[in-house]
Write a new protein. Structure first.
Length: 585
């Protein structure tokens, strides 16, 4: 089958899933157009603001679809072949990820737009709430670790294209810094110059294109400037990016996050549209094998099994626990009508699945021999693939690669900003740190813990340095997927105690069980590899991965025990269980 055929079939499957399964979910959840949502009832035009769904979809999509649906699908397709990754993306997003996002959003809307953790506290126990928050915070740490180091890797070294042109990592760094400065100027112009959003967008969006172009001519190459290796320069960028996370988490949202997210949304759609145009009209053939092996052998000689690693490597794009935090944290406070939850929650997840399909297509169009040297650089595989697609509309390859790498970096900025801010909220809630001091300390801890991991020197068996993101990506994927499983467990408890219908077991119960088993299986394999590397003799590892995996397994087991206890004992349903009250007529 051609690249075009595979993509069209995948897109059609996602559309059919949205059309039929999305409608079924709306009927099962009894989404009521006459219900008063928190955005309407508690409207303050600061946090609670009812928004037209076509605008809310863009905002929600930009928040959830960061670099995850690019990195994970590319890694999985390169390891096991494109077919297993593609099947998990399509069916996972329809039956698992979309269900997870929609039900978490509806659960939050039905409970005054409170977080999914607070919904769990209401229907389970206070202990469940604390355990769930602790789990979320640890998962967030590894989101920050993985994506910080991936972006830092884009800012060093060079990439030689097939036509001989060279794309400088320092040039991407320059473009990235210019890109971060533009939203701040845009915000100041809008706030103090009273410039309308449409005019500001018309001014600053072309300037982003200028930043992409000019970056390659004034590269910020830290390796040359500081006289250090690329690996050391990458660690310096790690530190600088985490400093950015600290600043972005404490400055007013209007100054950086909101205007940058607005500009970043255009990046997301441009990248997706460019990829689809290339697939449709580029005439590219499928060269990569559909299936390679049930066990991928890494360059270090380690065997990586398809089960369960596929399902934690492809996190965003098929299912992501991070989405539950976004859906119940900000999106639920802006949902105008309950039925809007289907296009916003379910539809955006399926759109993210399409981003993952385009990412997999970037692997499908290259040979296995050409892809292997870049397996440690999924961002460059994506950039080269997207640049090839953009050639259909006569975009020069070097500019296309720079655009794709900056787009990739932009997606990651969204994740880093939101993750650090959410990590600060969680620490303040868990430890009771209030006021300005609590805000700064909790932010420093949330950004400082990843600093420990990204600055560690990790070597492979041959003594070569390994980027931090490659060490912790599997841990990030497993914790993210287990977070999704725990959120689905909480939603299942809520629905069983309110809807009291058998369909709950099939719709949310089975996805919860599947994600729980796959994630725990992966974490237990990390624990076994770390603590029992020499048979059944216990050896305390120096590697932090098995230790963190052990903590996550313990937290997940305790949350599951709490859920079983609540369902078995039939604790009386708490108030606020039903749908929102009707709008007055």
């Amino acid at each position: 089958m051609s690249l075009l055929g595979v993509t069209l079939v995948s897109g059609a499957a996602l559309l059919v899933g949205y059309r039929f399964y999305g409608r079924l979910l709306a009927r099962l959840l009894k989404l009521d157009p006459g219900a008063v949502t928190p955005a309407v009832e508690l409207r303050d035009d600061v946090d609670y603001v009812p928004i037209d769904p076509k605008f809310l979809i863009t905002q929600h999509f930009s928040a959830i679809a960061a670099a995850g649906p690019i990195v994970g699908p590319i890694l999985a397709a390169a390891m096991f072949g494109w077919l297993p990754a593609l099947l998990w993306v399509v069916f996972g997003s329809i039956l698992v990820g979309g269900v997870h996002d929609l039900t978490c959003l509806v659960a939050s809307v039905r409970h005054k737009a409170r977080s999914i953790a607070e919904v769990i506290r209401e229907y389970m126990t206070q202990r469940s709430y604390v355990l769930f928050l602790a789990f979320i915070w640890i998962a967030i740490i590894y989101v920050v670790v993985a994506f910080t180091d991936i972006v830092a890797g884009s800012f060093v070294g060079t990439q030689t294209l097939e036509n001989g042109r060279v794309v400088l990592g320092g040039g991407i760094a320059t473009s990235s810094l210019l890109y971060l400065a533009l939203p701040v100027l845009m915000a100041l112009l809008m706030r103090y110059g009273r410039v309308p959003l449409s005019v500001a967008t018309a001014i600053f969006l072309p300037l982003v294109g200028v930043a992409i172009w000019v970056g390659q001519y004034i590269p910020l190459d830290l390796a040359k400037l500081l006289g250090i290796s690329d690996a050391d320069a990458q660690r310096v960028w790690d530190v600088l990016l985490l400093a950015y996370c600290f600043v972005a988490s404490v400055v007013p949202m209007w100054l950086l996050l909101q205007p940058r997210g607005h500009l970043g949304g255009f990046f997301l759609f441009f990248a997706l549209a460019g990829g689809l145009l290339g697939v449709l009209f580029g005439g590219h053939a499928v060269e990569y094998p559909a299936f390679t092996s049930l066990v991928f052998h890494s360059p270090k000689g380690e065997g990586v099994p398809l089960f369960p690693i596929l399902f934690i490597t492809v996190a965003c794009g098929a299912c992501s626990g991070f989405h539950s935090i976004v859906a119940s944290g900000t999106t639920s406070k802006q949902l105008r009508r309950e039925p809007d939850a289907v296009p916003v929650g379910y539809g955006a997840m399926l759109a993210e699945g399409m981003v993952a399909v385009v990412s997999i297509a970037c692997v499908m169009m290259v040979s296995q021999a050409a892809a292997r040297p870049l397996m440690g650089k999924p961002n460059f595989i994506y950039a080269q693939g997207l640049a090839s697609f953009l050639e259909v509309i006569h975009v020069p390859e070097s500019f296309g690669v720079s655009f794709a790498l900056l787009a990739f970096t932009t997606f990651v900025y969204d994740t880093l900003d939101v993750s650090t801010r959410l990590g600060r909220y969680i620490l303040q809630e868990l430890l009771g740190w209030r006021g300005r001091g609590g805000r700064f300390i909790s932010t420093a801890v949330t950004a400082g813990v990843p600093l420990f991991f990204v600055t560690r020197k990790v070597l492979d068996a041959a003594g070569n340095p390994i980027p931090a993101w490659r060490v912790f990506w599997s841990l990030f994927g497993a914790s993210n997927q287990l977070l999704a499983a725990l959120a689905l467990v909480g939603v299942t408890v809520w629905l069983l105690r309110t809807a009291r219908a058998r369909w709950v077991w099939a719709v949310t119960g089975l996805p919860a069980a599947f994600m729980y088993v796959m994630s725990m299986w992966a974490l237990l394999s990390f624990i076994r590899a770390g603590f029992f590397a020499e048979g059944w003799t216990v050896k305390l590892p120096g590697d932090p991965v098995p230790w963190v995996a052990l903590i996550l397994v313990a937290l997940a087991l305790l949350v599951l025990v709490e859920a079983v206890r609540v369902l078995a004992w039939g604790r009386r349903a708490a108030p606020g269980a039903g749908p929102a009250r009707k709008c007055p007529t």
